[in-house]
Design a protein around this ligand. Structure first.
Ligand code: XIL
Length: 351
């Protein structure tokens, strides 16, 4: 049996992006790759790169102190190797998905906190050194200013977290330095959300992020890239200029900038007709990605590929009021190419 000619296969977003010097990837879940053939086929067709949706988080990798479980992550690494796809890592130090033992240990004084961070980062990076060359070392470290969706202490520049309480702001320096020592050529990324749109809260978060990274770099703390998560909301206005200014300033500071987790939340009062809903998603996705690419972003990830398994469908904190579900990813719940697919194709083709 001969294989179908390459030209007869539908060209995926990964290939379209690559023709234009861009890398396109998506967050993947190990279990679904193994159990849902349509899901696995979608990743083979569309994604040049993958990032584990949960398999790289602390609670997944070290559920019990000293006992590492890399099986779910290894499932993704094996798939990626077989399919010749690259993998990025997410996330070493994050206030969420921390097992109770780690939260408790972080409260037992700075020495103990440093020692568990060190052990976790060392062990995980030793494991992924040959396969993952870019990790989100610190995730979501900036405090949400007032006016964001998630309430936070408004006068804190950094998010209140067990790491901040244990070590103060230096936990960020420590995590980055530990990662550099553990894997000296690894790209060290700081990942952040709620920073892309044209709202006063996002503007304040942009200011806080720039102040933080300039401070880190001025003190010689190792940092190579900033990830903008790109969890967009149609309820919030978007304008290219603030995003362009942020990306430009980060690049002028010597950092790469990636879009790491893009998806789009529709509004609760979205139009009834699919065509009208999709037009809004298409317009926002194109505006966002084309702006990012024009400002020098070269890597774009969506947070999943299909609405079927998206956290925008399954997580009540971000889902649409039932029975409707967000149509905020490149493929709909039946793995059909959707409005965002077309917007990304157009943005990649024009880059
Ligand atoms: C989300 C996953 O998609 C969910 O399945 C999980 O329940 C919670 O985490 N920002 C991040 C990601 O950095 O790790 C989050 O992923 C989405 C928001």
């Amino acid at each position: 049996m001969s294989r179908p000619a390459a030209a007869s296969l539908p060209t995926g977003l990964g290939a379209i992006a690559r023709q234009n010097g861009i890398t396109f990837g998506a967050a993947v879940q190990s279990g679904l790759l193994a159990t849902d053939a349509d899901y696995a086929a979608a990743f083979r067709r569309e994604a040049s790169m993958v990032v584990p949706e949960w398999e790289g988080k602390w609670g997944a990798l070290q559920p019990t102190e000293g006992e590492f479980d890399t099986a779910p992550l290894d499932g993704i690494l094996a798939w990626a190797k077989a399919q010749e796809r690259l993998v990025r890592g997410h996330a070493l130090v994050w206030h969420q998905h921390l097992p109770a033992w780690a939260e408790e240990a972080l409260g037992q004084g700075p020495e103990r906190a440093t020692s568990i961070m060190q052990a976790h980062i060392r062990r995980v990076l030793a494991h992924t050194r040959a396969s993952i060359r870019d990790w989100d070392v610190v995730n979501e470290v900036i405090a949400d200013p007032p006016g964001s969706d998630t309430p936070q202490a408004g006068d804190l520049e950094l998010r209140d977290s067990p790491f901040l309480r244990a070590l103060g702001p230096a936990y960020i320096d420590e995590a980055l330095r530990m990662a550099r020592r553990a894997d000296p050529l690894l790209r060290l990324t700081l990942n952040e959300y709620g920073i892309e749109e044209d709202t006063p809260a996002a503007a304040e978060k942009r200011r806080r992020l720039l102040a933080l990274v300039r401070d880190l770099l001025s003190r010689g703390v190792p940092l190579d890239a900033v990830g903008l998560q790109g969890h967009l909301q149609l309820a919030k206005p978007f304008r290219p200029e603030p995003l362009t200014a942020l990306i430009t300033a980060l690049r002028q500071a010597g950092l790469s900038v990636l879009i790491t987790e893009m998806d789009i939340r529709e509004t609760a009062d979205a139009p009834q007709e699919l065509a009208a809903r999709d037009a809004l998603v298409n317009e926002r996705a194109y505006a966002f990605v084309s702006t990012a690419l024009a400002a020098g972003v070269r890597t774009v990830f969506t947070w999943g590929l299909s609405d079927r398994y998206s956290w925008l469908t399954t997580d009540p904190s971000v889902a649409m009021p039932a029975p409707r579900t967000h149509r905020g990813l490149p493929l709909d719940a039946s793995f059909r190419r959707n409005a965002m697919w077309e917007a990304l194709r157009r943005a990649f083709a024009g880059a």
